[in-house]
Design a protein around this ligand. Structure first.
Ligand code: GUN
Length: 296
């Protein structure tokens, strides 16, 4: 079987279009412009690329983008003061502190200082708890993007066997919560899982989020399963730099019913969902109905 390719790049463009429509309506009907603040501490090159891309796309959908670039040596107290100022700024509806932070800063402390209703990353402990108990929350962007693509492809996910490979707080754990919320039977597999190939072979849905290049071969995939590849790994092959996922695309595509490519799969959905979360946060902050189809 040749798998259907789930085109995350095209899907992300439709999400951004929807977001832009809601932003236009918020401006015209309510005089409100949603605003997203991104805080970058230090000069990590990958983080600089992400932050630039976030700022550009924020402006493209008609929202205000506020960038706070702080020196790598910024103290915890100074960073907390910046977050506090953003928490209290009515023009800022979403706050994202780019991770990783320099080693002298306590990430948990900083993330948990963000007002939960402005935590568009969904990393605040309150949002983690709300998601885990099935209550309205801000949902982490990458898992939200994966869920949107799965719902779009399958309609209902009810009763499906889902295996999430990876137990990170950013992807694996919230992804499992979202799939459980959509009535999947969920297994979280990780580096200590016994007989990982057999566990993965049971899955109707496989979400790979481990950060190890091409670690899932095709013969782990059940015929017709849906494979969502969250990995973005830079490798060198035949003397060239290449981006590959956590699954071996060629062999998995032979057995899967549907698969996301790398690049062009999950990656573009992450920022699109960040924009969606910002619009959702803005609507909630103003007591307005939140956009349909942009939340979990
Ligand atoms: N660094 C890499 N990905 C992310 C993300 O989704 N959010 C934040 N805050 N930092 C990141």
């Amino acid at each position: 079987m040749a798998a259907n390719i789930i085109d995350g790049k095209a899907f992300a463009a439709t999400v951004r279009e929807k977001v832009a429509g809601h932003v236009a309506r918020l401006k015209e009907e309510h005089g409100i412009t949603p605003g997203l603040a991104v805080v970058l501490v230090g000069e990590d090159p990958a983080s600089q690329v992400y932050v630039r891309s976030k700022g550009k796309q924020t402006v493209e959908v008609g929202m205000n983008s506020y960038e706070h670039k702080l020196d790598a040596a910024t103290s915890e107290a100074d960073l907390l003061a910046v977050v506090d100022q953003l928490n209290n700024d009515p023009n800022v509806h979403g706050i994202l502190v780019q991770l990783p932070l320099p080693g002298h800063l306590n990430e948990d402390l900083i993330i948990n200082s963000i007002a939960p209703e402005k935590d568009v990353d969904g990393f605040h402990i309150s949002n983690v708890g709300l998601l885990g108990t099935g209550q309205k929350s801000m949902v982490p962007c990458t898992p939200l993007g994966c869920l949107m693509m799965l719902r779009d492809y399958h309609g209902s996910l009810s009763g499906m066997d889902a295996v999430v490979i990876g137990r990170s707080n950013i992807v694996g754990k919230p992804m499992a919560q979202l799939l459980l919320g959509d009535s999947c039977t969920v297994t979280i597999a990780h580096s200590r899982t016994k007989d990982l190939p057999e566990v993965v072979r049971r899955a109707d849905i496989v979400v790979a989020a481990v950060g190890r290049p091409e670690m899932v071969p095709g013969d782990w995939i059940k015929e017709g399963a849906t494979v969502i590849d969250v990995g973005i790994n830079r490798i060198e092959r035949d003397g060239k730099n290449k981006l590959v996922g956590d699954v071996d695309f060629a062999s998995c595509a032979e057995r899967a019913g549907a698969i996301t490519p790398v690049p062009g799969g999950v990656g573009p959905m992450t920022i699109a969902c960040l924009l969606a979360n910002t619009v959702t946060a803005c609507c909630r902050a103003n007591g307005l109905a939140e956009p349909e189809g942009l939340t979990a």
